[in-house]
Design a protein around this ligand. Structure first.
Ligand SMILES: [Zn+2]
Length: 246
């Protein structure tokens, strides 16, 4: 290697090491052309309130060697710099079928477009390769009642939005994009609507409320699919207009 070649970023190093261990096919991404059509929004009645978690899973396509992907930088920041573009891609391996991978990616794209339309100060953009992405959509395996999970803004080399087996059941399948609007809310830095609920079963702590509480918030758990509310958009716009703290 020539001495003036730039050192690989953390993300590139992780991906190179993963490709060496598992083969480059493990990192195959979904074709952008396969997710260009709007998704069907017909949904069946929702059988239970959506559940998401923020703890780490391991992408199913990388299961044989999780150690390769679980390192990274750990400087947590609560939000993206206003005006940021958060780039994402979607891996194809790890799903029960290629159709499931495309389905999940198309639904995430729809959710990303809903947030982009809301113009909160941060945009989401699909990129073809994980080396250029801030996060990858991937299958996290079976997590029981959990449908999906995501992450908060941070400086890690690579993050994941996970979708779990339950989300592909017929009664959730077509509503997946609305579940992803909730997950992308976390990616933008939003906590659960009930984070400071005095009920110890719901209390998460360390959250600050911006704007009025709204039980219909996309960040609440309800007996229906999450839906982006005007109040979510207003509060997130306000969040990204706050001056940069010390
Ligand atoms: Zn959540």
């Amino acid at each position: 290697m020539s001495s003036d070649a730039p050192a690989p970023s953390t993300r590139e190093a992780l991906l190179q090491s993963t490709a060496q261990h598992l083969g480059a096919e493990a990192l195959t991404t979904v074709e952008e052309s396969s997710i260009s059509e709007p998704v069907s929004t017909d949904t069946a009645p929702f059988p239970l309130s959506p559940v998401c978690i923020t703890q780490e899973s391991v992408p199913r396509n990388l299961k044989s060697d999780p150690a390769a992907i679980m390192v990274g930088l750990e400087f947590e920041i609560p939000r993206w710099e206003p005006g940021s573009v958060v780039k994402w891609t979607a891996w194809q391996r790890g799903y029960d079928s290629p159709a499931d991978a495309t389905h999940a990616a198309a639904h995430l794209k729809q959710a990303a477009e809903a947030w982009n339309k809301a113009d909160v100060g941060v945009n989401f953009e699909f990129v073809p390769l994980a080396k250029d992405a801030n996060f990858v959509l991937t299958h996290g395996g079976d997590k029981g009642r959990v449908l999906a999970s995501s992450y908060f803004p941070n400086r890690k080399g690579l993050n994941f939005v996970y979708v779990y087996s339950l989300a592909f059941r017929p009664d959730f399948r077509n509503g997946l994009w609305r579940i992803f609007t909730h997950e992308l809310g976390h990616v933008l830095g939003l906590r659960h609507e009930f984070a400071m609920d005095p009920n110890p079963e719901r209390f998460e702590g360390n959250a600050v409320q911006i704007g009025e509480a709204n039980s219909l918030s996309v960040m609440n758990y309800r007996e229906e699919l999450p839906e982006l509310q005007r109040s979510d958009i207003d509060a997130t716009q306000q969040f990204y207009r706050l001056p940069v703290g010390p």
